[in-house]
Design a protein around this ligand. Sequence first.
Ligand SMILES: [Fe+2]
Length: 123
Amino acid sequence: MSPPASPTTTPAAVPTPRATAHGNPIPTDGPIGELLAAMGRSEMRPAHIHFIVAAPGHESVTTHLFVEGDPYLESDAVFGVKDTLIAPFTRCDDPSQAAEFQIGSPFYLLEWDFVLARTGDAC
Ligand SMILES: [Fe+2]
């Protein structure tokens, strides 16, 4: 019998050159566009970043995080926003920190703890 799964926290720092409150539209040139129009819904998604997080001995997780303050958080075209997926991105103006990430300055930094469940065959 496998030991009970216990969560593991995987911290991550994600530098990004832009964390502005700019969402993006989904394609509207097919039946989805017709459906959104018929429902009077916007085609806009709030700004977000996708993640696949994996570690040996743990279940991987695929998710996305949304930029706190985005004007489309309440009207996401695909209903993907949950409060627990809204994340604060902090503007960083430190050129030495930007150089560390090999990115231009200023940039935005997200610090987030991803929690992975252990698989049954983990040590
Ligand atoms: Fe996306």
